[in-house]
Design a protein around this ligand. Sequence first.
Ligand code: ATR
Length: 279
Amino acid sequence: MKLGLIGYPIKHSLSPWIHQQFLQQIDRNGTYVIYETKSEQFQETIKKIQEDKLDGFNVTVPYKQTIMTYLDELDPYAAEIGAVNTVVIQNGKWIGYNTDGTGYLTAIESQFPRLFNGEKRVLILGAGGAARGIFYALSRASFHTVDIANRTIEKATDLLPLNITDKVNSRALSFQEAEESVQDYNLIIQTTSVGMKPAVKEQIISLQYVNKDTVVSDIVYQPLMTQFLSEAYQIGASIHQGHTMLLYQAKLAFQLWSEREVTIEPLLTGLEDILKGNE
Ligand code: ATR
């Protein structure tokens, strides 16, 4: 299989390693090529991808929206989110999907199934591209509340219409309001880049009032144990680390390309070792 990734910067992407593991699982040979592309080279890379006859590719920052104008078909779920992270190429036809939100949902559900029993309350911190997919997926799951807090509160307000159900309640909050009400939530998800290497001492909000039975989740996976997760852990809350979302969104993309089922469990310790080695 011929696969790839377009984005910038992506030199240190872990996706080639992950997809090689999936290829081995299904006993297929293949390549996963990094097409690191600055915006002025975008057209050129698109041409190259066509010439290279790929079976599919991933799309990451900053092209998840740009790629949409190059597609022949768009999955309705990706259309509603307004971003594409996976393109399947079938007989020269480009079909766009988004596996980020479902990847996150699958990751959290597999580690904490208890969050999906009863009417739980969720707080999302951040309102950027990553938050968008996560909010979309979560507002369609069986939660009581999915609130969004953001530094720029208007951006959180802008995401609220993505919740089209009348079952799940959603509000836009300031970080101060979020900080003062962390004890009300069963799941708190950090979706910004705050705390990412090298600024590892940064933390989006204080968790001093968090409950011990709350799950605190961070999509940052470099470092694996962010300052945010570390505070939650010290208080005695449960933590959910960001590399699992990376693995599940990759799994879902790979399954679209290969039409075969793969599992992430054999990759977990290998990926953790790579990430710890990079710290
Ligand atoms: P991504 O696509 O990775 O989510 P993005 O769309 O640029 O990236 O969104 C970045 C998110 O991180 C936003 O919620 C942003 O807050 P603003 O909307 O107020 O800009 C948030 N963010 C980034 N740096 C931040 C910081 N230092 N403090 C608080 N929030 C930050």
